[in-house]
Design a protein around this ligand. Sequence first.
Ligand SMILES: *Cc1c(COP(=O)(O)O)cnc(C)c1O
Length: 395
Amino acid sequence: MPVFARIDLAFERGDGAWLVATNGERYLDFGSGIAVTALGHSHPHLVEALTRQAAKLLHVSNLYRIPEGELLADRLCAASFADVVFFANSGAEAVECAIKTARKYHAVSGRPERFRIVTFEGAFHGRTLATLAATGQAKYLDGFGPVVEGFDQVAVGDVDALERVVGPHTAAILIEPIQAEGGVRVVPHHVLKSLRQLCDQHRLLLVFDEVQTSIGRTGEFFAYQRTGVEPDIMAVAKAIGGGFPLGACLATAEAAKGMTPGTHGSTFGGNLMAMAAGNAVLDIVLAPGFLDTVQRTALLLKQRVAELKDRHGDVIAEIRGEGLLIGMRAVGPSAEFVAALRAEKLLTVGAGDNVVRLLPPLIIGEEEIDIAVAMIDRACTRLSQQAAAKQGALG
Ligand SMILES: *Cc1c(COP(=O)(O)O)cnc(C)c1O
């Protein structure tokens, strides 16, 4: 179905942060397939793990034990607040599981009337019917029939609105620590702390959607780990498979106490190939020193991009983000900025709020940063010249 407004460009191979198009042109990939290919392209360890698994066994189903999945779940729990994990195939499914887990928790606690979930303006939680309702944006919901019941949306930081919607029917609060699709809007840590307090006060569950911010993207393994706030349930996807479709819903044993045999499931979720990919990604990202390097790289990139903003204030209005999730709010239309960067052979991704996202693979080094900065610099110069020419033509 023509649901994607695709760019007329195709790639046939990749190496690290570089992609080679079918016409032979090389692009520097600062989009990572929308924050997915965290290890870059053709990472030897990931390729080896997938190749080895493919030769052994692809799929057995969740009728049987999957030791590789037990291992990945144990590693995710050891690296987080969580005690249990459900594996899905995408971000939306991971969030869907989080929603079901939160509702079921109250149902088995004798409070079945508690099913409503508070979400936030500017959110993005996915495209299934329930995650769309959680996202709550008219442009995505329009034409798809009655909106799934049970979501109340407020503005981030609007304490009065939050206190108005939280009531006897509220089950949970669902938030992205950084609204990535919404324009790389970092939720202030004090706001997250106040949400945690509100949840504790009213016996609600706090759910983080870290589909985009997890697996080292912000310089921490999970973005929440620098906020001082722990959720009860968390959705993860995008980078966890390094490019292989994989999502995960993490939870404390208490929050997941209603998720007993038969209550939820998936044919493909936790498939052997996905588990091989997930374990290989964790081998790299959790290796000693890897995230320290990401933090240093991220700081360097952010400084260099901030310099560009100072020099090209007529093109870049603002720099936002954490780690290697960087947003450049554009002065002109962000889509034109993305196109100008692509003309320089730098791939980036648009976001809400007129923002261009820089989402390089976590393995980039100084050389790629130098090249990317030069490309952004040239694109900015060209956009300024075009704006000046247009201004001149207008009179
Ligand atoms: C991408 C994204 C999703 C949806 O993930 P899909 O894999 O496209 O279903 C959900 N939440 C957040 C925060 C995301 O960035």
